[in-house]
Design a protein around this ligand. Structure first.
Ligand SMILES: [Zn+2]
Length: 474
């Protein structure tokens, strides 16, 4: 059922109908879609003599995971507990990554792409080394991707690859790749690994080729400290002073943990999107203050980051974490601390009052439409060359068919809530990317795991991981 890269071109027109389709206005209604050239061409209300009818299913856009390093799934096999104390990125990742071969990246990224598809992800924004190998690997699975070959010239394992990575960035910006569901973006690694000169080149490239920029920013105390020590300004203020912040059609700034009020005032919801990866941030640093992002009316997406610092590529649990932020402020409140010491009814009631106040002020955080917009509409509008994350005419035909009879979706009375909050990957009946179903209907997961590409890659990745760890002395 899975396709080789050569077969991964777009299909001839077909029609599909479903009793429950999540439409752009947030309603769920019967509708009929025509799909051609990898895109949704028309949507008609109601059921009309389709070539394919999905009964007892819910059709939504496929998830968009807008910040991944798919190949880093391999780090899940390494005990990171001792490395998370200080800077996991520099202490562990850089060391092992300096021993990576391009074929390693291809094998590991293929497994990461499969894991994404199994979790209902149809499009990723990936950022990594060996851009050409990475892209071929992702494309071979049918997963769509905006690939940012990682650029760095000060430190990090990508310094020696800079020229090839710049070339890969340009090569991916082509009809050849676009028709296979691959688009390019410019991928500076972070502000402390990229020089002023390279930032200027990146800004020029973005402007000349109308490509978005995808970068980590203010992700660690070390990055922030280097920025203050070397440039006497914060990472985001530095990007502003270099003219980077208004150089691209869109800029995705991921993590933004050490971001102040002044920094946030430099950002515009029109062209800047912040990336929030809660489970990853919990491990390698601390969760960014998304309440503040909201107060500044900034736009943000939810992503998983690497499996290495997260342990899964499932976006549903990230959304559920955000929902939990409604009551978390009470746990760390002064009132609750006072209650610990006093055990008084007064302090217990004060704690409950704190809980009620944040529960009300952060009500949006458990609104399914708000949560889903972080993995559908917003990441789907960040690239100027296509639209995704929405079932509308002209958007990519990236879809999930959910089995409404599956226990993880039952009862199906609030389907959007089920998609945003449940552990319902197992209810995925099939996933379509670029107008093609990627598995067998109602046997989706097993059909992917039984494919030759998955089985062969698994074998190769196992042996490559063993060799890599030997080379790295781990
Ligand atoms: Zn990252």
């Amino acid at each position: 059922m899975l396709l080789t890269p050569e077969d991964n071109h777009m299909t001839s027109p077909f029609t599909i109908s479903c009793d429950h389709v999540l439409l752009p206005d947030g309603s769920v209604q019967p509708a009929t879609l025509t799909v051609d050239k990898g895109k949704i061409q028309t949507i008609t209300p109601g059921i009309h003599s389709p070539s394919e009818h999905l009964s007892d299913q819910l059709l939504t856009p496929a998830f968009i995971n807008a910040h991944t390093h798919l190949a880093m799934a391999c780090f899940r096999g390494i005990d990171v507990n001792t490395s998370t104390k200080n800077n996991m990125i520099e202490d562990l990742f850089y060391h092992v990554e300096s021993h990576l071969m391009p074929e390693d990246v291809a094998a590991f990224a293929t497994l990461g792409a499969f894991e994404s598809l199994l979790n209902g992800v149809g499009l990723v924004w990936d950022h990594y080394y060996f851009g050409h190998h990475l892209t071929k690997a992702i494309s071979s699975t049918g997963l769509c991707a905006v690939v940012a070959p990682t650029l760095q010239d000060i430190s990090g394992p990508g310094v020696v690859q800079l020229e090839q990575q710049l070339q890969a960035t340009l090569d991916l910006n082509s009809t050849h790749w676009n028709t296979q569901g691959i688009w390019s973006s410019i991928g500076p690694h972070a502000t402390d690994t990229v020089s002023d000169d390279l930032w200027h080149s990146i800004a020029n490239l973005a402007q000349t080729h109308n490509l978005p920029i995808h970068s980590h920013v203010a992700q660690s105390i070390e990055e922030f400290e280097r920025s203050i020590t070397l440039h006497n300004m914060s990472p985001i203020t530095r990007l502003h002073s270099l003219g980077v912040l208004d150089s691209a059609p869109h800029i995705l700034l991921v993590h933004a943990i050490f971001t102040s009020k002044d920094d946030m005032n430099l950002l515009s919801p029109n062209i800047h999107t912040l990336g929030y990866c809660p489970f990853s941030q919990l491990i390698f640093a601390l969760p960014a203050h998304v309440h503040r992002w909201q107060e500044h009316q900034l736009q943000w997406i939810v992503a998983t980051d690497a499996a290495a610092s997260n342990d899964s590529m499932n976006l549903q649990k990230e959304m559920r974490f955000i929902s939990g932020l409604r009551t978390l402020p009470a746990t760390h409140s002064r009132a609750y601390n006072q209650f610990y010491h006093s055990s008084s009814l007064r302090d217990a009631k004060l704690t409950q009052h704190t809980r009620q106040a944040s529960h009300q002020s952060l009500a949006k955080f458990s609104d399914p439409d708000f949560l889903l917009s972080r993995v559908f509409q917003r990441p789907g509008m960040m690239h100027p060359q296509f639209e995704a994350g929405v079932i509308k005419e002209g958007a990519l035909a990236n879809l999930i068919a959910w089995d409404l009879n599956h226990p993880t979706m039952w009862p199906p009375s609030l389907p959007k809530r089920a998609v945003a909050m449940n552990d319902s990957s197992q209810a995925i009946a099939n996933v379509m990317t670029l107008g093609k179903w990627r598995g067998t209907h109602h046997n989706y997961h097993q059909s992917i795991l039984a494919s030759d590409l998955y089985k062969d890659t698994l074998q190769e990745a196992n042996s490559r991981l063993t060799s890599l760890l030997q080379r790295a002395g781990i």
